[in-house]
Ligand binder design. Structure first.
Ligand code: NDP
Length: 480
């Protein structure tokens, strides 16, 4: 069986204790590779390699760093087909999605930060009347830790690694144990791109051991983490006494506010995507849909019809809209919410069952599910389900829509569908979220600040925000 290996000091290495974890193909429910069950000792080796590489990498001229990152970007594009297939098999997502979104975006992440670092500059302030000038040095932090989840594997892994490297840090990174394959393939790409040994080290293994060793390591001075809110809170507790710099991108329970005056057809098309893209496993998915009452019944009918038309099947089939969920435990967790729907006062309007895909009988398939709810405080509208499950509910006024939108512990993103400029401006101002989309969803300009408020995290990534996170500002004051 194929073995995935750690990438330490530019070389592929088996875990020191020779322990391995099964890696499942979720579309068929079978183990298809083994990944290292890395220990603290493996993380220590990765740390030492990163630590040794830091002085040279941090002094490498920007143009050279930028050229290497751009080369990684172009090699990802050259290997698009192989990487997209690997992602679809490892994660269960449709190959068409991996080909059109995940892998191109991973390449763009490297290219974006290859360019951004050449434009990143710091401030200078003349202290008028004091004959002094202040300027800010933006220095790389040292060895940093990047930990990413399974839903958009290479996309989110590269979203952290690219700015960390661009800013001159060296990295110990861990992808999710559930989706390690494209991170493994990235190691070879980095070598081919000429990334010096030890600058990027990729450790595979469990969050509770390998991940824990990264966050506990006193030499790793910053952690960029994307994942669940509970894990984020744990990381914050471990890191706080060591005063590590933290960027936490956590869970979401995002509202989709649909007003009667919206551009209906566009809204419906995009709402299908914002509900069920990637089997609903995107932190930005809008899982709580609130609809203004005059169009509620029409929306309900049309939304159900469009949802029923989605094709559930093998990720590798070109016609598939909905692939497999990422793992059996996750499938069961999502299904348990559907099973609790009635008890929570909800009515399942469509979907709700497992799907038996011919030839893939043991795969983790679930119907896209719409649940009508009447209680905005029920578990279905309060807890992150992170699967192809949405709730719908009508509202009667702008104030009610705003109150419903803000009635959760999370604050990642939101969509508002209306052609009323005053309304969208008012709501955008008062909605508690890091990102507000008006008449769209998941439209990303990589220069913008990305992140959440409330229990969706702290800190921002994206553009210069990411470069600020991965550098330490130092004030220098010169009296003349
Ligand atoms: P987890 O929090 O379970 O895991 C995320 C990563 O952290 C994985 O690599 C995991 O490893 C690792 N990890 C787990 N425990 C520890 C630990 N003690 N120390 C260090 N690392 C640890 O999240 P999921 O992978 O289940 O991802 C889904 C979650 O991610 C959802 O809540 C989703 O909303 C959120 N997310 C947020 C985004 C955002 O930008 N705000 C974007 C995408 C997802 P392992 O997998 O091996 O356990």
């Amino acid at each position: 069986m194929k073995k995935i290996l750690n990438y330490i000091n530019g070389e592929f290495k088996a875990p020191l204790q020779d322990e391995w974890i099964d890696n499942y193909n979720p579309s068929i429910g079978e183990v298809y590779s083994l990944i290292p069950n890395s220990s603290t000792a493996d993380v220590q080796n990765a740390y030492e390699a990163a630590s040794q590489a830091f002085p040279t990498w941090s002094e490498t001229p920007l143009e050279q760093r930028s050229r290497i990152l751009a080369k990684i970007a172009s090699l990802i594009t050259e290997n698009l087909e192989q990487l997209a297939k690997a992602e679809a098999i490892d994660n269960g997502k449709p190959l068409s999605l991996a080909t059109s979104v995940d892998i191109p975006r991973a390449s763009t992440n490297f290219q974006f930060f290859a360019d951004a670092i050449t434009q990143f500059s710091s401030e200078a302030h003349e202290s008028t009347g004091l004959n002094a000038i202040n300027f800010t040095l933006r220095q790389p932090i040292g060895v940093v830790g990047c930990i990413s989840p399974w839903n958009l594997p290479l996309y989110l892994f590269s979203w952290k690694i690219a700015p960390a490297l661009a800013a001159g840090n060296t990295v110990v990174a861990k992808p999710s144990e559930v989706t390690p394959m494209t991170a493994y393939l990235l190691g070879d790409i980095c070598t081919k791109a000429g990334l010096p040994k030890g600058v990027l080290n990729i450790i595979h293994g469990l969050g509770s051991t390998a991940g824990q060793a990264i966050i506990e390591h006193s030499g790793i001075k910053a952690i960029s983490f994307t994942g669940g809110t509970t894990t984020g809170a744990h990381i914050a507790r471990v890191a706080a006494p060591m005063f590590k710099k933290l960027s936490l991108e956590l869970g979401g329970k995002n509202p989709n506010l649909i007003f009667a005056d919206c551009d209906y057809d566009t809204m419906l098309d995009v709402t299908i995507k914002s509900s069920f893209a990637n089997q609903g496993q995107i932190c930005l998915c809008n899982s709580r849909i609130y609809i203004e009452r005059p169009i509620y019944e029409k929306f309900k009918k049309d939304f159900i019809a469009k949802t029923k038309a989605l094709k559930i099947g093998s990720p590798l089939d070109n016609n598939t809209n909905i692939g497999a969920l990422v793992s059996k435990p996750h499938l069961e967790k999502v299904k348990s919410y559907i099973d609790a729907a009635e008890q929570e006062g909800g009515t399942i309007l469509c979907g709700g069952d497992y799907v038996n895909v011919k030839g893939h009988e043991n795969g983790y398939y679930l119907q896209p599910t719409i649940i009508e709810v009447n209680d905005p405080n029920c578990r279905l509208t309060q807890e992150e389900i992170f699967g192809p499950v949405v709730t719908i509910m009508p509202f009667d006024s702008d104030d009610e829509a705003l109150a419903l939108a803000n009635n959760v512990r999370y604050g990642l993103s939101c969509s508002i569908w209306t052609n009323n400029l005053n309304r969208s401006m008012h709501l955008a101002k008062y909605i508690q979220a890091g990102i507000v989309w008006v008449n769209t969803w998941m439209m990303r300009d990589l220069r913008t600040a990305f992140g959440g408020t409330k229990d969706s995290g702290v800190g921002r990534e994206g553009g210069f925000e990411a470069l600020r996170f991965f550098t330490e500002p130092k004030n220098v004051c010169i009296k003349y």
